[in-house]
Ligand binder design. Structure first.
Ligand SMILES: Nc1ncnc2c1ncn2[C@@H]1O[C@H](COP(=O)(O)OP(=O)(O)OP(=O)(O)O)[C@@H](O)[C@H]1O
Ligand SMILES: [Mg+2]
Length: 260
């Protein structure tokens, strides 16, 4: 762990040490609908889901089954009508809206399916946003973001604007933004969807190395069966519920030296 990382450890308020068996993420009976009356759609129908620290948990299932909705609920980006989400021992429902914002900023990294980059900022500035929000000075934040872009094979595009980047390049900028503040929980929605096989493997290596930490967890939503061998656990989702959880004791991935 380098000096930059130490500076951004979450405050004591949210630093409950994890007891061995406590998952990083626990969802119990989560229900969520969109719309009302005739147009009401029950998207999450009582989801039970856990993700353990030190592990990479995949969430897989057919298009429209509720994967993005579930991870948005876990990240506190969408509310839910029933059930409870607990992250690192903190129940979402017990945090005030203000504490939820602080908690999310300190502990969560999220890669959106549609990237959601800010068009007026360069790649490095986009990737630096979580550090800037945490009060790190601009040049230090952009330098750290550029190092990370470099690790993702994008150092030469650090000063480019999102509209000039390919889909795969934008995806890697979004990934750098999610990783730059070393969150305890990293959630990625289809992180390899726009990438060729080689770049996809490099991204998964980076994620896997990030998860190899006793107090960090990574959740990956994916359709990409080329990367299933990275999973420690695969939760299968169908029609708004988890139908099966597969444990993968023999996962394989190449460990690349990354400074995370
Ligand atoms: N804001 C919304 N308003 C209304 N319906 C929504 C909204 N967001 C999602 N849905 C519906 O909820 C269902 C689940 O959507 P979700 O995006 O969670 O699926 P998904 O499993 O991530 O699919 P994909 O693999 O295609 O990304 C879909 O039927 C979708 O149309
Ligand atoms: Mg989705």
């Amino acid at each position: 762990m380098n000096a930059t990382m130490t500076m951004h450890m979450p405050s004591q308020t949210f630093m409950h040490s994890l007891v061995e068996t406590e998952p990083a993420v626990r969802c119990e009976g989560i229900r969520k609908s969109f719309g009302t009356g005739e147009a009401k759609v029950d998207v999450l129908r009582g989801v039970d889901f856990t993700a353990a620290p030190g592990e990479m948990t995949f969430l897989v299932g057919p298009s429209g089954c509720g994967k993005t909705t579930l991870i948005s609920v876990i990240a506190g980006l969408l509310d839910f009508s029933d059930g409870e989400v607990t992250l690192f021992g903190e129940r979402w429902s017990a945090l005030s809206p203000r504490d939820q914002i602080v908690f999310r900023r300190q502990n969560l990294g999220f890669v959106f399916q549609q990237y959601n980059l800010l068009p007026a900022l360069t790649a490095a500035e986009n990737a630096a946003v979580p550090l800037l929000a945490a009060g790190v000075n601009r040049s230090k934040a952009v330098r750290r973001a550029t190092e990370l872009l470099d690790q993702l094979g994008l150092g030469h595009r650090a000063n480019a604007y999102p509209r000039t980047l390919s889909g795969g390049q934008q995806q890697r900028v979004a990934l750098a933004r999610a990783l730059v503040h070393e969150p305890r929980l990293l959630i990625c929605d289809e992180p390899t969807a726009a990438l060729d096989h080689h770049t996809g493997e490099a991204v998964m290596d980076l994620l896997a190395n990030s998860a190899v930490h006793p107090e960090r967890a990574v959740i990956v939503v994916t359709h990409d069966n080329r990367v299933f061998h990275y999973a420690d656990r695969i939760a299968h989702m169908n029609d708004g519920a988890i139908t099966e959880v597969e444990s993968r004791a023999s996962k394989t991935f190449s460990t690349v030296p990354v400074a995370l």
